[in-house]
Design a protein around this ligand. Structure first.
Ligand code: A2P
Length: 255
């Protein structure tokens, strides 16, 4: 069992927190790739281990995670109470589909690629890893992170993402948007074209020659956006057959 030590914790809202751990020698053999997830737990048999996306760049010498809190959740009811210095079990093996190499590189080769990282809730986590990894900017001319949450308080990490070079588009669905934020579900803002207008991008939909998309969020959102893209002729990518978009569910329902 690989245990890491908790270095820092931030509680954003009653339902949302972030923490940072050590990155032990166990990771030296094989580092994670940006966008991947691993299994974490309390290091005992009282709670199950669950899949968590890693929320920071593989170049860092620590690991970050972003989590909801479920008061009676078998893991997060305990995980939310961790303190600096506590140990958390973290498997030093990461996997996942939100990988740059699963996307068709034509726009990168053309030199005008835009990478869209589209998330709801804690689905932002893998994109915090990707958008803070310098390699992404070598491939794509522009990296746009979209994040949709119920409330303004849940829209976190804007500054960190902008500092890394990403364009950030945040929307809220259950209250008035704050400064530099927009209203509505991202799926609606794509369908009615307001996403592109709000960002000053020409066109009414994504451009298959130029845009590549990664998606991570709740199941209903995932299904809706996937259907929308497939209807428009976009193909999901895998390692064997890179495509126009890739998708992973945020692991919210398992916590
Ligand atoms: P809404 O408030 O309209 O349900 P949750 O907190 O339930 O995980 O949701 C996170 C965000 O994802 C909320 O803003 C929610 O909007 C939004 N959302 C839920 N379902 C969908 C969907 N099918 N398409 C787009 N966004 C969705």
């Amino acid at each position: 069992m690989n245990l890491e030590t908790v270095l820092e914790i931030k509680h954003f809202t009653e339902d949302l927190f972030w923490f940072k751990t050590t990155k032990s020698e166990a990771w030296d053999k094989k580092n994670f790739q940006p966008g991947e997830f691993t299994m974490i737990g309390m290091g005992d048999k009282e709670s199950p281990n669950r899949a968590y996306s890693i929320a920071n760049s593989p170049d860092d010498e620590h690991i970050e995670f972003f989590s909801i809190k479920v008061q009676d959740g078998p893991l997060t009811s305990r995980l939310q109470n961790i303190k600096v210095g506590d140990k958390v079990e973290v498997s030093p093996k990461a996997i996942g589909t939100l990988l740059l190499r699963n996307l068709d590189p034509d726009p990168c080769i053309a030199g005008n690629g835009r990478l869209w990282l589209v998330s709801t809730g804690t689905g932002l986590a893998p994109f915090l890893s990707l958008a803070r990894h310098p390699e992404v900017y070598e491939y794509y001319e522009q990296v746009i992170v979209t994040h949709t949450c119920r409330t303004n308080a849940e829209l976190v990490f804007r500054e960190e993402l902008e500092e890394a070079g990403a364009t950030v588009y945040q929307t809220v669905t259950r209250e008035e948007p704050g400064e530099r934020r927009f209203s509505g579900r991202i799926t609606d803002n794509i369908a009615n074209g307001s996403l592109f207008g709000d960002l000053g991008i020409d066109g009414e939909f994504f451009d298959i020659a130029r845009d590549r998309i990664m998606i991570c969020g709740g199941p209903a959102f995932n299904n809706e956006i996937r259907n929308m893209l497939e209807k428009a002729g976009w193909e999901h990518g895998t390692m064997r057959s890179p495509g126009h978009f890739v998708q992973e569910r945020a692991f919210v329902e398992t916590l």
